[in-house]
Write a protein that binds this ligand. Sequence first.
Ligand SMILES: [Zn+2]
Length: 178
Amino acid sequence: MAKLGLLLFGVALMGCQDSTSKKLGINDLYRFLQDAVLQGLREEGANPKPIGSILESPDPHFILKCHICNGVRWGLVKYVEQSNDPKWSPSGSGFPKAIEEGLASSNRKTRLAALQDLVDRYVTRGFERSSMTEGEKKQMRELLQEAKKVGMEIKKAGDYKDFGDSCPSCSGATKSAK
Ligand SMILES: [Zn+2]
């Protein structure tokens, strides 16, 4: 599966270069997702508690070999880690109540929907504030689409066949990527 992933990434990167854009790869995708999620949560001073409880049981919420899920998860983990610092106090413009309550829901579907909204919100914002060139943004959107395809393949197999119809991180990260 890792080989398939790399192959798809290789294909995704062909034919989308311009002179000012650097060639983006899987590490850029991880960095982009992690930073987008972490910065978004910090800006809005999200309550780390429901995020922490989702991270405590990752299997129902993330496809653990999926690149997008992992990038998102790292951003969430970093945020919760930072919030554990005794000097940390939440500040920010306010995390949407609907997402906070959704993440804390006892209903898995509600939690997944909230996670998807969170990822969509911060990936959209991540693109808006990014210093990437237009060519790089295009590559990043294509990388996300390819990573989603790989994530969906992983979801169909083995441990994840009962995961559900979609992956919240993959769907959220590609929702605005048109
Ligand atoms: Zn995923």
